[in-house]
Design a protein around this ligand. Structure first.
Ligand code: ARG
Length: 459
């Protein structure tokens, strides 16, 4: 302990396993840029508060920029057992570059508790903004495909049983609308993440008169955290981002599951590009949808990180406790998983081919049984009765082996005399999807309307 930055009161050394158990440098070095930028803002605020002379501030600023250059160039040498975390590592190196007399003034009034919260918020904000652009790209591909493939019809399923015909684009946009809500939520989450803890101190705030608003502005924060204890205590911003990512990954996973089913030989609605498939080491004919399976599988991992962090934070007393260091790795892993997943999903979707003939051939006249019932409703028959009559038509077809669309007018007449000759026209899938013309339905104009709504969100 005596070698450490905080070693003044310590005489004994740390258990070597405790050293590695305690250190976070091998993962929190991910925040080197944020840590340096935060320290420059901190030094400037201390200069303005009269703690650092202009010469001292300039020396610290240029020294910190040199430290950052070392990180970027890959020449920063972590000293094992000394550089406990990114904050102590940067400060140690700064002291070596500009001398400890000036370097030792940087940490005036500051705590690593506010530093780590600042670094994590800056890092997460920037990553979430990248994720926002990936999500927008994904949705653009969805909207474009939905528009181009508007005339393709496909079975719609409930219980994975063929239910009613829909437009392929309608299926696509069912996910598009879910991801659009994810985009909405993400934009709200970013604002809450992007609040500055800097100036909160270890827990009690700052006694040297630093201008918190000026520091927040310099670092691009949207606002300040209003309670110093809460500011160092909370990892709500990480939890919320991971809850957001978990919801998104739920949608990714279900979307992937649909496409895994649709890419089987039995369905063959879609075919994945080679770039997103892999072969079998044993069976030469295999082309497996590994990209989609990983999207489904990695969703479990993303949920796990979120649930794990909630368990970590739920019983911690206020304010900073070392347990909070356990929020860093789940955040790094979760964010990478979500970020990569959206980009992979975009790749899969933009390169996947569809087989409209196979989709059409999978439609089954029974899927129009509801239309048959609706037909009689329009002739004034109560729905409960028409449902039963249509059921009798299904039974007739099953018993005789005559497909429902091949039944004759007299077959229908025998079942119910209120069927008129135009009943034969009901057996048309295009006609069926066009009939569902209320907002949100399968009619072409209604699906194109969804495309427009989606595109407007992406501008
Ligand atoms: N590395 C720590 C973290 O990630 C910050 C250090 C705060 N440590 C302390 N003993 N107050 O949470």
């Amino acid at each position: 302990g005596e070698n450490m930055l905080w070693g003044g009161r310590f005489t004994g050394g740390l258990d070597p396993l405790m050293v590695s158990y305690n250190e976070s440098i091998y993962f929190d070095r991910a925040f080197h840029t944020q840590d340096i930028r935060g320290s420059i803002a901190w030094a400037r605020a201390n200069h303005k508060a009269g703690i650092l002379s202009i010469a001292e501030f300039k020396a610290i600023e240029s020294g910190l920029n040199k430290v950052e250059e070392e990180w970027v160039a890959g020449t920063f040498k972590i000293i094992p057992g000394v550089d406990e975390d990114i904050h102590t590592a940067n400060e140690r190196r700064l002291g070596e570059i500009i001398g400890k007399d000036i370097g030792g003034k940087l940490h005036t009034g500051r705590s690593r508790n506010e530093q780590v919260a600042t670094d994590m918020r800056l890092w997460l904000r920037d990553e979430l903004r990248k994720i926002e652009t990936y999500l927008v790209d994904f949705l653009k591909v969805m909207a474009a495909r939905a528009e181009q493939e508007i005339d393709i019809l496909v079975p719609g399923y409930t219980h994975l049983q063929r239910a009613q015909p829909v437009r392929w684009s309608h299926w696509m946009l069912s996910y598009g609308m879910a991801f659009a809500q994810d985009l909405d939520r993400l934009r709200e989450v970013i604002v809450r993440v992007n609040q500055s803890p800097l100036g909160a101190g270890a827990l009690a705030g700052n006694c040297f008169g630093v201008d918190r608003e000026a520091m927040a502005k310099e670092l691009g924060f949207d606002g300040l955290l209003w309670n110093s204890m809460g500011a160092v205590s909370s990892r709500d911003f990480v939890v919320e981002a991971m809850q957001w990512g978990s919801m998104l990954m739920t949608h990714v996973s279900r979307w992937a599951e649909d496409l895994i089913i649709y890419s089987t030989g039995e369905f063959a609605f879609v075919r994945l590009a080679d770039a997103y498939s892999t072969g079998s080491s044993l069976m030469p004919q295999k082309k497996n949808p590994d990209s989609l399976e990983l999207l489904r599988g990695k969703s479990g991992r993303a949920f796990g990180q979120m649930a794990g962090l909630m368990m970590t934070v739920k019983g911690i007393p206020s304010t900073y406790n070392k347990d909070l260091q356990e929020s860093v790795e789940p955040m790094l892993d979760h964010v990478k998983t979500v970020s990569d997943s959206i980009q992979i999903a975009t790749g899969v979707l933009s390169t996947m081919s569809v087989n409209p003939q196979k989709m059409l051939a999978s439609l089954d006249p029974f899927m129009l049984a509801t239309d048959l019932a609706d037909y009689l409703v329009k002739k004034g028959v109560p729905f409960r009765e028409t449902h039963h009559i249509s059921g009798q038509c299904v039974a007739f077809s099953e018993k005789t082996g005559v497909s429902m669309d091949k039944m004759s007018y007299s077959d229908f007449q025998k079942i119910d005399s209120r069927f008129e000759e135009d009943i034969l026209k009901s057996f048309n899938y295009e006609h069926s999807v066009e009939q569902h013309s209320a907002i949100g339905g399968t009619a072409k104009a209604r699906v194109l309307e969804q495309v427009e709504i989606l595109k407007k969100m992406l501008e």
